[in-house]
Design a protein around this ligand. Structure first.
Ligand SMILES: NC(=O)c1ccc[n+]([C@@H]2O[C@H](COP(=O)([O-])OP(=O)(O)OC[C@H]3O[C@@H](n4cnc5c(N)ncnc54)[C@H](O)[C@@H]3O)[C@@H](O)[C@H]2O)c1
Length: 278
């Protein structure tokens, strides 16, 4: 068989069975989608914005400081990502409303919410934690995730569907020593995912969650800056290194794509094989 004949044969197979050709590429595409990612000027949030943006989504990045927003917007623009930026403290109702209003006004709608912001103001024995600690952790890590969801759902319904991603933690499955209240807040997100997925499925909105292991960001620096602590953690890992923010960003983008069209109510652990599921 000549090369020409063989080439024609392959092209006709690709036309007949598009799964071998362009279809798989378009299923991962987020072209035309609008994505809000909270706390997205650094770490996992920034990596999620990059992963969604590289697949064609217009991303709306935010954090509490304008200077950080400006830096992230400039970085994403330099990577040819369509981006809008604003300040948002997710713990404040007026900021959440401003974020949603600005996104709808400037980008025409909302298809994706990645609720990524979190705090951990407390290390120690859980019985030493105060009411203020619990109020802060539950307000930022859990309540704001739900209240933002409530605000974006009507806009997703107008677009015929959407995707919501909560960022939990492996600590949500197996509480980490000295991180009691934070771990409990991350367990709550596993529950929130399961509660909302069936309610929102009728609106064609999928609700999923990612539970990172130890990822190299500012948030986890206490765990990886100290070699001894890091070595102890590495013993629990199958892949003997800590994770990179883009490894979480990629998982989030996958969950938001049509490749994950039959996945809802799930949490994907991304831990290098830490092996501690409930
Ligand atoms: N890095 C890890 O090892 C790890 C592991 C498991 C889960 N996580 C989760 O990943 C998410 C991102 O964390 P990260 O590791 O990228 O660290 P990070 O410090 O870059 O991200 C957390 C961000 O939340 C922001 N934030 C805190 N309170 C806020 C508020 N009220 N409004 C808006 N933003 C607020 C912080 O400014 C910070 O930018 C968090 O939900 C965290 O719990 C991280």
């Amino acid at each position: 068989m000549s090369c020409m004949v063989m080439f024609r044969g392959i092209s006709s197979i690709l036309r007949t069975y598009p799964v071998f050709g362009q279809r798989s590429m378009s299923q991962s595409s987020l072209q035309g989608k609008v994505a809000i990612v909270t706390a997205s000027t650094d770490g996992i949030g920034l990596a999620a914005a990059q992963a969604l943006g590289k697949r064609g989504a217009h991303v709306v990045v935010s954090s509490r400081r304008q200077s950080n927003v400006d830096k992230a917007v400039a970085l994403l623009q330099s990577q040819s990502i369509q981006v809008t930026g604003t300040t948002c403290n997710v713990g404040k109702g007026e900021d959440r409303e401003k974020l949603v209003r600005l996104t709808v006004d400037q980008c025409g709608g909302i298809d994706i919410l990645v609720s990524n912001a979190a705090v951990n103001p407390f290390f120690g024995n859980t019985l030493d934690s105060t009411e203020e600690v619990w109020d802060k952790i539950l307000s930022v890590n859990v309540k704001s995730a739900f209240l933002l969801t409530k605000l974006v759902v009507p806009h997703m319904e107008k677009r015929g569907g959407g995707n919501i991603i909560f960022v939990s933690s492996v600590a949500g499955y197996q509480p980490m020593q000295a991180l009691g209240p934070y771990s409990v807040s991350k367990t709550a997100l596993l529950g929130l995912t399961k509660v909302l997925a069936p309610e929102l499925a009728q609106s064609n909105i999928r609700v999923n969650c990612v539970a990172p292991g130890i990822i190299k960001t500012r948030f986890s620096s206490a765990l990886w800056e100290n070699e001894d602590i890091l070595d102890e953690f590495k013993k629990q890992l199958s892949i003997k290194r800590i994770g990179k923010p883009e490894e979480i960003g990629g998982t989030i983008a996958f969950l938001c794509s049509d490749e994950a069209s039959y996945i809802t109510g799930e949490t994907i652990t991304v831990t290098g094989g830490m092996g501690c599921r409930l």
